[in-house]
Design a protein around this ligand. Structure first.
Ligand code: SAH
Length: 346
């Protein structure tokens, strides 16, 4: 691997030895990249010129900010970044009372095919490198001049479909010597790649696993998410139980409400029945209408009723506050709009 920003400390030490340098240089370079967030070797004040020369063979991955939209309502910002090969990805900054949270993409595009999602419409282009996941956070922290305290991997892509890079990303993000975000302040969201959930559980990380459930049974879930043809709700919930047993971390279930599809009282009761006994929390969100899709969002009242019906059966739910409603369009739409624009210019 030559992507220096995706290397962990050990690998960076090995690289130093390989190119005839002292291993302690690794710690310095790592700190410049992941703590001070510099974008060039020139900025690394304590690195000798001769070493900087050698490092020219190891270009630093830096994302280019193409566009940023700021919400007048709550300060939410949507960033569009260009990768070095011209691909584009989206990230979102959300400002909460408890701190700044960034939602990052894990892939350019996605191959999971969820019916209500804009990010999957053009399919998967490629996996993001660990450095490309990290740099979404680094660039945003640098651009606002404030610390990012929370990270959610809920943007474009299925993080568990880019598993090795995701794990590497998590370690660099949360370990000493870098930006050092607490694992407890990290959430990774998956549509439910069951074997990967088991693997992840065995890593015993302290992050939160969010699982996009969106339906109380297999039949309904298959209408919304092709992955439901591969793994049943039972298999998925077994994996979630295993995750909780291994990590002690409460599972978050995401449930996007689609009018007339998954938002009835019966749906809430069936869901509560399935989740009973599992240490979990349900995040409710009315589905974001996507231009290319015909799904209609549930009314405010239907969402509130759903929450009440869950709670009557002993399952906690939160209605997710909508952020940046004025710069909206569902996730993935900024990127899509840009891709269409560049296509039509060709
Ligand atoms: N692939 C991962 C993470 C990215 S999607 C996953 O599936 O969890 C982040 C969340 O947004 C998921 O819960 C996804 O189902 C949901 N989502 C996607 N499009 C949506 C839309 N139009 N309205 C509401 N939620 C949506």
């Amino acid at each position: 691997m030559t992507d220096i920003k995706s290397m962990n400390m050990e690998e960076l030490k090995e690289l130093m030895v390989q190119i005839g340098e002292k291993p302690f240089r690794a710690k310095q370079i790592y700190g410049w990249l992941h703590e001070h967030l510099v974008t060039s070797y020139d900025e690394m004040a304590n690195i000798p010129k001769s070493l900087k020369e050698k490092l020219k063979d190891y270009p630093i991955t830096v994302l280019e900010e193409l566009d940023v939209q700021t919400s007048k309502v709550d300060g939410t910002r949507k960033y569009l970044f260009r990768l070095s090969d011209g691909n584009m990805i989206e990230s979102v900054l959300m400002r909460y009372k408890y701190g700044n949270s960034v939602c990052i993409s894990s892939q350019a595009g996605c191959r999971m095919g969820c019916r209500f999602c804009a990010s999957t419409i053009g399919g998967l282009t490629r996996n993001l490198l660990p450095s490309e996941m990290l740099d979404q956070i680094y660039r945003i922290q640098t651009s606002i001049g404030e610390r990012i305290s929370n990270v959610v991997v809920m943007g474009t892509g299925e993080p568990l479909d880019n598993y090795d890079n995701l794990l590497r990303f998590i370690h660099i993000l949360t370990e000493d010597g870098g930006i050092h975000i607490s694992q407890r302040n990290l959430t990774v969201s998956t549509c439910g790649l069951v074997p990967r959930i088991y693997e992840l559980a065995d890593e015993k990380l302290q992050m939160t696993l969010a699982v996009s459930l969106h339906a109380p049974n297999d039949e309904k879930r298959r209408e919304l998410m092709p992955i439901a043809n591969k793994y049943s709700v039972d298999e998925l919930l077994d994996a979630c139980r295993y995750y909780f047993d291994k990590t002690g971390r409460r599972i978050t279930f995401e449930y996007s409400l689609v009018a007339g599809v998954n938002d009835s009282k019966e749906n809430a009761q069936e869901l509560a029945g399935r989740l009973k006994g599992l240490n979990c929390h349900v995040n409710l969100i009315p589905v974001n209408p996507v231009r290319e899709r015909s799904f209609v969002r549930s009314t405010r009242q239907a969402v509130e009723n759903f929450k009440i019906n869950l709670e009557k059966c002993g399952i906690n739910g939160t209605i997710r506050r909508e952020m940046g409603s004025d710069i909206d369009g569902a996730c993935g739409q900024l990127r899509k709009r840009y891709m269409e624009k560049t296509e039509s210019e060709k």
